[in-house]
Design a protein around this ligand. Structure first.
Ligand code: BDR
Ligand code: CA
Length: 316
């Protein structure tokens, strides 16, 4: 069993990832921590609580950062055209005041849970890296206690999706992402290089909804607006970025990885760009020197991955 804390900004593709984590038999979801990103922190937290209630998720939800890691840095506009005004495809998310929130801030929840389960917790981070960076700053010793950190974010050998250089989760708080990438813990980056290959069609999702339980039916409903957005890029289909990172936890054999130090550009034209120095390649002195090598995913068995996604989502 993999004990997982899911750090997320729900978010339509975040919702699918959450359901996959909840349903997969090898995952013990022990916490959900929220961050700003696809919407403001109040909205993403409300959405996490809503999904917790609808999907009867036992794991506690702890509210996280609403602002960036470095004080005073401005938050980017929220992508309402992708995830809707409510962050969940404009389904009209209802009031959730009856669903309790964990009293701890996300960074404290992460620190305490990791310390209580030394060597056992996988952090799966699919929003801004702000909560992880805040936790690292407050308790750097957690790097020796976390099992691994699996991140949906970045673009290694392909263009970004918010600028030619940068992917949204990393661009949204580049300084936080750089701090997480160079910390002495095991990071696996699941970037656009592979997530853009995990594409689910509207009809595939519809089939899952017909076969599956009420949870999948809700997932189908809240995904329609997101599919409409992606329709311009992938015919009548959507990219399930965040689910891709969750798959790495249970089925790493579906991925090809490359090892090397990963740094994030924190300012200028390339702000938010993830750049890996592959192990064994020689360069002059650079900011990559002396940092820990991390794994970046550069290939995926997309067919095998999609089969696993579908099998897991239709479980009851
Ligand atoms: C990432 O950005 C967010 O919009 C998605 O939820 C995903 O985590 C893709 O770039
Ligand atoms: Ca996300």
């Amino acid at each position: 069993m993999h004990k997982v804390i899911f750090d997320t900004d729900p978010g339509v593709d975040d919702a699918m990832a959450l359901l996959l984590l909840e349903k997969h038999p090898d995952i013990d979801l022990i916490g959900v921590t929220t961050t700003f990103g696809n919407a403001a922190i109040e909205t993403t937290t409300r959405n996490a609580l809503y999904l917790k209630r609808e999907w009867k998720i036992a794991a506690p939800v702890a509210k996280g950062a609403g602002v960036k890691y470095l004080p005073g840095e401005e938050v980017h506009p929220y992508p309402k055209h992708i995830h809707g005004d409510d962050g969940l495809g404009n389904i009209g998310v209802p009031d959730v005041s009856d669903v309790p929130l964990d009293p701890r801030a996300a960074e404290d929840f992460i620190i305490e849970t990791v310390k209580a389960n030394p060597g056992e917790v996988t952090l799966v981070a699919v929003g801004r890296m702000t909560n992880l960076a805040n936790a690292l700053k407050k308790a750097p010793e957690i790097t020796g206690l976390v099992k691994q950190v699996v991140i949906m974010g970045g673009a290694l050998d392909v263009p970004g999706n918010v600028t030619p250089a940068a992917e949204a989760n990393i661009h949204g708080d580049a300084a936080a992402a750089d701090a997480v990438m160079i910390a002495p813990w095991d990071v696996v980056l699941v970037p656009l290089d592979v997530t853009l290959k995990l594409v689910m069609s509207r009809s595939q999702l519809g089939d899952l909804a017909r076969q599956g339980d009420d949870a999948v039916k809700l997932l189908d409903r809240l995904s329609q607006f997101y599919i409409d957005f992606y329709d311009g890029h992938f015919k009548d289909s959507m990219v399930v970025h965040d689910t891709c990172a969750c798959l790495y936890v249970v089925a790493p054999e579906l991925f090809t990885t490359r090892s090397g130090v990963i740094r994030v550009f924190t300012e200028g034209l390339g702000e938010g760009k993830t750049m890996q120095k592959p192990d064994g390649m020689g360069f002059g002195p650079s900011a990559w020197d002396g940092q820990k090598s991390q794994l970046g995913c550069v290939g995926i068995d997309a067919e095998g991955a999609m089969t696993l996604v579908c099998e897991t989502l239709v479980r009851t």
